[in-house]
Each structure stands twice: as C-alpha cells, then as structure tokens.
Design a protein around this ligand. Sequence first.
Ligand SMILES: [Zn+2]
Length: 216
Amino acid sequence: MQKNLFAFCLLSLSFITNNIYADQITGCQRQQIVQIVQAKEKIKERIQVLLTELPQYDLNYVYENFILPKNRPWEEGSIQNYSYTQYLQSIYTTFSSIDADLDKGIHWKCEPTYQSQCQQGEVIAYVLFIGNRPLKTIHLCSGYFNTPVDRQVETGIHELSHYSAATDDLALSWLEPGKFIDLKGAANDAFHLERFSSGDIVHTLRTQVWFWNWLK
Ligand SMILES: [Zn+2]
C-alpha cells in the first residue's frame, strides 16, 4: 500500500523535474516529497547561476570594481590575491560537485523530530560523516518542512556542500573582524557557502570576502 502510494507520488510529480527518478526519497510523506522536489528544482537553478557567474569575479574584476573605486591597498602577486584565486576555484569546484550530484540523484531521508540528531527540532537537516567521508544521505527533520522554500534552498545548499564536497561547519569562525580572513576556511565552511543560496552574488563576495581580504 505504502509502496503504491510512493510510486504514485513519483509519477504525479515527474512533470516538475526531469531527474527526480534519479533521486531516492525514503520515509517521507506525500507533501514532504512535493517540497523536496520543489526545493531541489530551485537549488539546481541557483547552482546554474553560480556556475555561470562566479568565474567572472576574478582578480581583474575585484581590482576594477572594488579595489580601485574604494581606493584600497593592492599589491600584485600578494598572498591575499593568491588565496582569493584559490578560494574562487575551490567554491566553484564545490558547486560543480553539487551540480553533478543533483543530476546523479540524491538520497533524501525524512526523519521524525524525536530522532536524536534532530535535537528536538533544533536541527532541521544533517549529513552524517565517517571520519572525513560524508555518507550519501541528506536527512531532513520534520522542522525542515515548516520553513519557507528560500530557507529550504539555503539549507539544501548547506547540506549538499557537506554531501558533495565534505565541507565543515565552521560557523564563520574564519572571519574575525579586524584581521585578514582565512579564505581556506571560508571555502570549506557550509555556513559560508549557504550565503550564496539567494540574492546578489557580488554582494555576498563583497561583504563576506573582499572587504576582509583587502582590508584598508
Ligand atoms: Zn552543517
């Protein structure tokens, strides 16, 4: 009975997305499946925008659009310039891996709030690791489904960065006001990557990265 219902849901949703058949969805109710599919579609769209736009924000772009107009210090070949290039490549690679995994299909698993990892509703989604290796399942706690779709996309990108690129939860600890930032930390922080889930990409780069990397 349950199996039939699940098959029906997949069938009725198939017009929304082409690659939902590649996904494995377990333990979810019909309404939850609808939300997973909708959020995935939006995540895919956003990742496409990121992959198209990010490469243009290279050192030349930063110099012309941020350093010069703001009259900030700049030294050719500096460590800041080098680490920014590394950072940009690294986040591009992470978003590419997410993109590939979205096409390959994701395993989504719905978890009840009483599931201990959901911490009585404090956690809305998680990925488990063995050592440094992420297990290929995104667990969605009940609370996830009570958040608006934009927040689901943000959470999705956060969790996918763990899932596809083994990122950490550094909670922006690489950013200490008044100090140069650790861009390796930034590129490896799911809390930083989720900031790219909506809005103006330049704004995110400017406020989270450029401002601190080329301090006045
Ligand atoms: Zn996380």
